[in-house]
Design a protein around this ligand. Structure first.
Ligand SMILES: *Cc1c(COP(=O)(O)O)cnc(C)c1O
Length: 407
């Protein structure tokens, strides 16, 4: 609903910009994400589902866990889905099941969340960071081809921000060298490319139910997907102390389980995943249209969707030419509009990976993306009125001194 103080013709009316500036202190804040809105809409159903688990006493291995595994396998079009404690554990378990360790190399992007890389280090294998495609921010297939050696034991493409990496090309390259792919699909549940779903391309797919993800739990949770029976058995084995049968340990695994209570919550949300996805897509399309209508697509680049991609929009990131991004972020935050940078420091530039020897400038597209990207609110419960406020506040930045000072 439109509030009366926000003029309809705002985008084309320069006087409205000025009045908006003056009125900014009375504007409603727009959070980058508000998990309470989504959760309050399903509160009674969630509490009933949790109560059922409490009364059953089956806090681990309850039927809700198996139910969630079945639906995730369905959503991902895979034969198997194996639950675990987090997306980070899913990545670690995938590498453990592939018996990756010292002397092995794993190729992955530097422009991602830390967990994509730390699992490799934890097992004593060598990280090989490669650059991204500047249009999608996803790992570059050409860069993968150039980085493959005889020691390469896995490739981890990340479906960043909810859009699948170029999996057709990546799979062709990996197949020709018989290197398995682990998909980091933490941000991409329900996404697809060329009709094939995230988690169904590689040997193993890794999902996260961290509260900010598209299927967010009320705590931590993760899931592994795969097609192969032997791989599924191995993943389950490693996730349960390598124990089979009871008190017989065949390999050295870890303890990584999804709580029944968490699965019960996720089952309630899973029923609405399609709605959440469609609303995120509608929000992204509305930003695209409104930014273009206001001519702002000439000031910064809108996110690009690859033809054939079913983008699920975990994040909506604009690319603001360097120098202006931080000023725009400050302008938004001063006016209580949520804006964040994912990710401000590429992994190859992190202190803990200094010993790997990556110099500044060696992954130029990754470094440029880190300097220019800015993410805006996109979550399903964002109102049209709030979205209009985000757009008009960005418009006011480009219409005022805040922009001219740094331009
Ligand atoms: C969230 C995330 C993870 C880790 O998932 P957790 O459940 O938080 O451990 C891994 N990779 C990417 C790309 C993520 O966004």
């Amino acid at each position: 609903m439109d509030s009366p103080h926000r003029p309809q013709l705002f985008f084309r009316n320069p006087f409205a910009v000025a009045s908006q500036e003056k009125a900014s202190t009375t504007e409603i804040p727009v959070p980058l994400l508000d998990v309470n809105r989504g959760n309050s809409a399903i509160r009674d159903e969630v509490i009933a589902a949790i109560t059922k688990v409490v009364d059953s006493g089956r806090f681990l291995h309850g039927p809700e866990v198996g139910e969630l595994e079945c639906t995730v396998a369905g959503v991902s079009q895979t034969k198997h889905a194996i639950s675990c404690a987090s997306g980070s554990d899913a990545l670690l378990l995938a590498l453990m099941a592939m018996e990756i360790g010292p002397g092995d190399e794993v190729i992955l992007p530097s422009f991602t969340f830390f967990a994509t890389a730390s699992c490799v280090s934890r097992l004593g294998a060598k990280i090989v960071f490669v650059d991204i495609d500047p249009k999608t921010y996803n790992i570059s297939p050409e860069a993968i081809r150039d980085a493959i050696t005889t020691r390469t034991k896995a490739i981890i493409p990340v479906h960043l921000f909810g859009q699948c990496a170029a999996m057709d090309e990546i799979c062709a390259i990996a197949d020709s060298h018989q290197i398995p792919i682990i998909e980091d699909a933490a941000q991409a549940i329900g996404a697809a490319y060329q009709g094939r779903h995230a988690g169904a391309w590689g040997a193993v797919g890794c999902f996260s139910f961290y509260p900010t993800k598209n299927l967010g739990g009320m705590g931590d949770g993760g899931m592994l997907t795969c097609q192969d029976d032997a791989m599924a058995a191995k993943l389950r084995l490693y996730a349960s102390h390598g124990m089979q049968p009871r008190y017989h340990h065949r390999v050295i695994g870890i303890n990584s389980r999804l709580d029944t209570i968490q699965a019960a919550v996720l089952n309630v949300k899973m029923n609405r995943l399609n709605d959440y996805t469609h609303t995120r897509q509608a929000n992204a399309a509305r930003y695209d249209a409104w930014f273009a209508e206001a001519g702002l697509n000439k000031q910064f680049e809108l996110p690009k969707t690859t033809p054939g991609a079913f983008h699920v929009w975990n994040q909506y990131g604009i690319r603001v030419p360097e120098g202006r991004r931080d000023a725009l972020k400050a302008h938004l935050q001063d006016r209580k509009i949520g804006a964040e940078i994912y990710y401000p420091i590429p992994l190859h530039m992190q202190d803990c990976y200094r010993s790997l020897g990556y110099a500044q400038g060696c992954l130029p597209e990754t470094e440029r993306a880190s300097a220019e990207i800015l993410h805006l609110p996109i979550y399903p419960e964002l109102t049209i009125d709030e979205q209009r406020t985000v757009v008009s506040t960005i418009q006011s930045f480009y219409a005022t001194a805040a922009y001219r000072r740094v331009a």
